[in-house]
Design a protein around this ligand. Sequence first.
Ligand code: NAP
Length: 330
Amino acid sequence: MNKPKVLITRQLLPEALDQVSEFADMEVWPDTYPPSPEELRTLLKDKHGVLTTIMDRIDASAMDSAPNLKVVSQLGVGVDHIDVDEATKRRILVGNTPGVLAKATADIAFALLMSAARRVSEGDHWVHDKQWELAFHPLHWLGVDVHSTTLGIVGLGETGLEMVKRAQGFDMKVIYYSRTRKPDLEAKYSIEFVDFKDLLQTADFVSLHVAYTPETHFLIGEPEFKLMKPTSILVNAARGPVVDPKALYDALNQNIIYAAGLDVTYPEPISPDDPLLDLKNVVITPHMGSSAISTRRNTMYMAVENMAAGLEGRKLVACVNPSLYQDLGI
Ligand code: NAP
């Protein structure tokens, strides 16, 4: 019997590809850069499944070229690059990978928080630039404390919750704002729900963990920065366009806030001419929140399993449009 055909849009770990070969004939895009939209359309023509990364835009036009497509399996949690409504109309299942990468993402978010507060990255650059001439001065390299401060989490999903746990190890008070209030988590972790404006005004650290949607586009802009404390630090490990980049630059440059730690930017990659790169009070990592080896391996296994399930007419481990199950008789 012929195996279904799948496209894997980037090289994966060999052990993950071995798993795919057990149930599908696969084509693996060999380049480091993603296929162009036109190349993607051509590659999808005869495919029943596609395993994507955030750089592969799966919109109506991509789906038009893929009449056999049954499943889109995203390597990651965020699916803002996939037109899920359009996929649902076409009875295409969309899978993603919650549950395996939130801890790693929170590790990076917390590392950024600490680095921005205690000037770790700035100090490291300075030492590497061979500028360390005076061993110690009581007034040099002063940052702001992390312990015993207030962390404000915006978007209490999986990563936000992992931030709560990390913050509690640092004796931080945690307040949160999310689309839906979570009384069970409030009781379990002694955290407090506040409205968005209160959070911005009160928190020493504002850490963003919302999904990127039309409602969260530029959630943090000039008015929001103006509400934040001048000593506060913004952390964004969600998606770049949750923050207005011009307002972010002004807030950091004019010391409206103290610093920022970013794992995501808008656009990505950040332009080499972006003025943000000239500021010392911002730490930027290149969207590497979930890039830890065992996390990435588990994420690949989950995306492969989602793909297999979608092709074989089983429920996915995690499905973004489960309303389709009934339609598909799963
Ligand atoms: P998640 O468990 O799906 O949580 C997302 C949260 O966003 C949900 O809890 C939801 O709130 C909240 N939310 C959505 N719209 C909102 C709105 N309009 N206002 C307030 N809250 C809103 O996802 P996650 O694993 O925590 O990841 C969060 C996001 O981070 C992902 O969507 C992805 O874009 C990004 N991410 C980045 C990396 C990286 O490498 N930097 C890695 C993983 C994920 P409710 O639950 O209250 O409805």
